[in-house]
Design a binder for this molecule. Structure first.
Ligand SMILES: [Zn+2]
Length: 497
């Protein structure tokens, strides 16, 4: 590894380049090693994407005193030493000869040492992707290069329409009431800390009292918002989803638009990532509200008053997508109002090393408790609307590590991500009038709710729940399809297999 690094440095051994290059490598390594060492975070292509697409308010919580002093000590200080060093002037020809010789020697040594036991090295590289993924600064540099390649491949793409054949099913023929559907995209809620999914602490006291359908074994598509969220509302599953497929195809909200719904995206997180380019977007992150946005970011409580206003004016079938801030870390304590700090003592800083693991879990559980209240509160609001037929569908985008195995936060490469980052809560609620109108047998759906599902079911199930006919809906992936008393709303030319 040393020889390889030296070969690269020698390659850039011109006096104009070498110092800035070395300083850059040192500072980059200091930054990325801090997150690796303290949070167990891997800096790969997807993590670079998270960094590139994050917002300032989200990112600022990761810049702590611990971080700054680590970078100063291991990045800035060695960089100063690099700049301090005087280079002795050498003739170009001589420098070229020395550097070429050194480069060749380094490459030969690297190759030679690899060859002494190539089979083992190759096996280790294949089996332990985490080993290569943790090399500093090789991994972040390779990740950045892969990210640039991914982005450049997808410039000038033409977005393919999806579900232009979508139509409302029979349930809409004679009914006079508009349908209101709320799709909540959760943030960083993991199934292991939902009492609905078996957690020992009562983190879902309110939802437990609502007549919801809880899907207790759901796998996420990715381990970070930038991957999971586009995937979960796309028609693709985890195997077929890629960034390119995501940005080059319309998604669930477009299909709903094609079917004649008024669709809006309400964001209280890091934005819609281009998913809502063709529908109305409302941003709540910078709302000026003393009660819900005092910290500069808003808790999800901000939605309530705007929902009431919007609901009062609904005249046609409507879908609202709410992108929650949910349990977004590391500042869990900013995600809930004080009266929801039920689990104490709670960690009230972004600097995890100043908190015990118990305090971190406490503050995280308080965010789940608040999401429980947030969802139950919307359900109550929807249940009151006699003039509408209503439903709610909720799924979190990915989970979170809370110190298990030394890992914190999320974004681990899926191959070796712990289940804490990939098992997510998912649930549905329908008003009694809605169930009757669309002939959905809740007991039947509940009977299958503990089966293993994934984000791939979301696209097809929301279309199924809303009784939308389109060839894009695969009844096999629609959790409601087997439980409809009236004719299944699939496309006539697509037979269930
Ligand atoms: Zn997320």
């Amino acid at each position: 590894m040393y020889c390889l690094m030296l070969a690269i440095a020698v390659l850039l051994g011109s006096r104009w380049i070498v110092k800035p290059f070395l300083a850059f490598m040192l500072i980059l390594s200091a930054i990325t090693s801090y997150y690796m060492d303290t949070l167990g975070v891997f800096i790969d292509r997807d993590m670079i994407q998270n960094v590139a697409t994050t917002t300032f308010t989200e990112g600022k919580h990761l810049v702590t005193i611990g971080f700054v002093s680590h970078v100063a000590l291991w990045g800035i200080l060695p960089s100063l030493a690099v700049f301090w060093t005087r280079l002795s002037p050498t003739r170009f020809r001589r420098a070229l000869a020395v550097n070429s010789g050194l480069f060749a020697l380094c490459i030969a040594l690297t190759g030679g040492l690899l060859m002494t036991n190539f089979k083992t090295y190759a096996a280790i590289a294949r089996e332990h992707k985490d080993l290569l993924g943790s090399h500093q600064p090789g991994a972040p540099l390779a990740g950045a290069a892969r990210y640039i390649k991914m982005i450049s491949r997808s410039t000038n793409i033409v977005v393919m329409p999806v579900g232009t054949d979508a139509q409302k099913g029979d349930g809409y023929r004679s009914a006079s009431k508009p349908v209101l559907s709320i799709l909540v995209i959760g943030e960083t809620a993991r199934a292991q800390n939902f009492s609905l999914d078996g957690y020992g602490r009562n983190t879902n006291p309110e939802l437990a009292k609502r007549n919801i359908i809880n899907f207790s074994d759901v796998d996420s598509c990715g381990t970070a918002t930038a991957v999971s969220m586009p995937c979960m509302i796309s028609k693709f599953d985890r195997d077929s989803y890629s960034y390119f497929n995501g940005v080059s195809n319309e998604n669930l909200v477009d299909v709903l638009s094609h079917a004649g719904f008024h669709v809006e995206w309400w964001d209280n997180n890091t934005g819609d990532k281009g998913l809502a380019d063709r529908i109305t977007v409302r941003n709540f992150t910078h709302t000026d509200n003393a009660e819900f946005c005092a910290s500069g970011e808003c808790t999800d409580g901000i939605y309530r008053q705007y929902l009431e206003e919007a609901i009062a004016n609904i005249k046609s079938d409507t879908v609202l997508v709410l992108h929650q801030i949910g349990s977004h870390g590391p500042t869990y304590y900013l995600r809930y109002p004080d009266e929801f700090e039920k689990f104490q003592p709670a960690c009230r800083t972004a600097e995890f090393k100043n908190c015990t693991e118990e305090e971190i879990v406490n503050s995280y559980d308080n965010t789940i408790l608040y999401t429980d209240h947030f969802l139950a509160d919307i359900i109550d609001l929807l249940a009151e609307q006699d003039q509408l037929d209503t439903n709610l569908f909720y799924a979190s985008d990915h989970g979170e590590s809370l110190g298990e195995g030394g890992l914190f936060l999320h974004g681990a490469p899926y191959l070796f991500a712990p289940e804490f980052q990939t098992k997510v809560p998912m649930l549905a609620w329908m008003s009694p009038g809605y169930k009757t109108r669309f002939g959905i047998d809740q007991t039947c759906v509940e009977a299958g709710a503990s089966r293993n599902y994934s984000h791939a079911n979301l696209f097809h199930s929301v279309l199924g729940m809303l009784d939308i006919r389109t060839k894009e809906r695969n009844p096999d992936l629609d959790v409601f399809a087997p439980c409809k008393a009236i004719a299944d709303g699939g496309s006539p030319d697509r037979k269930p297999t």
